[in-house]
Design a binder for this molecule. Structure first.
Ligand code: NAP
Length: 366
């Protein structure tokens, strides 16, 4: 009897029951197929990108990209986990250099309100990542029924503390708090999440530089840079327009001279629009929504979506998929981020990078 594999079923775009069983002997494996589409061109080694505050010169050679080795794939896998590791090592080296030269250690304060398990996990991961690279982290945990005034008091103290270079308020906040008030209270000099309206406003304006760029969209652009994907002059489609991912991702692509279209939940013909894109950044939170037929051959796909789908075979009872039907996309795209292991690890790496930049700026250290 043939054994079975569970594969995400891209015929369903809903989380529930998005699996089918396929006998292993029915799956055709073409491990040796490696097709580099011409749409990806190799960027020249450019200068340090000041907006991203990160060195984009150390590009991965395209041949260093991992070749996806599962069924019938041709797209290169954009390995966010490996890029993020590389960046964390660079950050760690820079922190040691700064500590040796001027005795300063970057500090990040995290405010967590309430007892959401996912938020607690994110904060724990951020703390561990700080420890690993040598950033000192400070954590304030407040109960769910804390008042907005209490949160604002801590933020004010962190704003005044010179040993803290970045302040992060873990979202979402409890419903009784006004998120806008809280985020506005973070000093723009320490807004390492890049969510302050002044930072977003500057990101949107020509000739203005934000102090910080939001971490997840920044991670998407750094991945494109590090893999040598040309953005200038390309057609880009961003799916999703949230304040934290979609909207800033579109602004960043536009700043890099892409021609950008945003698709959202009210867009009438998303498939037709997405099919025009050379670069797709998807942040809709809809499992397997983007099908192979939506993708222009050779497009580059950055899949931000992290969507749990039921998986009775997994010890956790679910597993994670992106917004893009990975198996179908791999046959059409030239490069794609996996989920997990794509954009996710980049988000924390960018938070560390923003905190280091902030400390360098505060101490005029280059
Ligand atoms: P969000 O605030 O819920 O925003 C979702 C956006 O997608 C909205 O703009 C929404 O449109 C749009 N959208 C929803 N359904 C759509 C559809 N069927 N067609 C087209 N557009 C649709 O979500 P978010 O915070 O931006 O996060 C998006 C996804 O990224 C989630 O899966 C999240 O878990 C993931 N994420 C990952 C990371 C990471 O580090 N990898 C970080 C943050 C978020 P409307 O504006 O019209 O409602």
């Amino acid at each position: 009897m043939a054994s079975t594999l569970i594969v995400p079923d891209c015929s369903s775009s809903t989380a529930a029951g998005a699996f089918r069983f396929i006998p292993v002997n029915k799956i055709r494996i073409r491990r040796s197929v490696f097709h580099v589409h011409q749409q990806i061109s190799i960027a020249r080694l450019g200068p340090k990108a000041s907006l991203l505050n990160i060195d984009t010169r150390r590009l991965f050679s395209p041949m260093a990209l991992t070749v996806a080795s599962n069924a019938e794939t041709s797209a290169k896998v954009i390995d966010g986990k490996s890029v993020a590791k590389h960046i964390r090592e660079e950050i760690s080296t820079e922190i040691s250099r700064m500590k040796e030269a001027i005795g300063v250690i970057p500090g990040l304060a995290v405010v967590l309100v309430g007892d959401r398990k996912d938020s607690a996990t994110y904060v724990r991961n951020k703390k561990k990542a700080c420890d690993d690279v040598g950033i000192k982290s400070y954590e304030i945990r407040l109960p769910e029924d804390s008042t907005e005034q209490e949160v604002l008091k801590y933020i004010s103290e962190f704003n005044d503390d010179p040993s803290i270079h970045g302040i992060l308020v873990q979202l979402p906040l409890p419903r009784h708090m006004n998120e806008e008030n809280v985020l506005n209270a973070v000093s723009i000099d320490k807004d390492v999440d890049g969510f302050h309206p002044l930072n977003i406003g500057r990101l949107a304006m020509r000739g203005r530089e934000p102090m910080f760029v939001p971490c997840t969209p920044k991670g998407c652009i750094v991945l494109l840079h590090r893999y040598g994907v040309t953005i200038k002059g390309k057609r880009a489609v961003v799916i999703g327009r949230s304040n934290i991912v979609g909207m800033p991702a579109a602004l960043l692509l536009q700043r890099e001279d892409a021609t950008v279209t945003i698709v959202h939940s009210r867009t009438k013909n998303p498939e037709e629009i997405v099919r025009q894109a050379d670069i797709i950044i998807s942040a809709a939170g809809q499992p397997n929504m983007v099908r192979g037929s939506w993708i222009k051959p050779g497009a580059v796909i950055i899949d931000v979506g992290i969507n749990p789908v039921d998986d009775p075979e997994s010890p956790r009872g679910y597993h994670l998929v992106g917004d893009v039907c990975y198996e179908e996309a791999c046959r059409v795209a030239s490069a794609i981020t996996p989920v997990p292991g794509g954009v996710g690890p980049m988000t924390i790496a960018m938070l560390l990078s923003n905190t280091l930049s902030s400390a360098k700026r505060a101490h005029n250290f280059d």
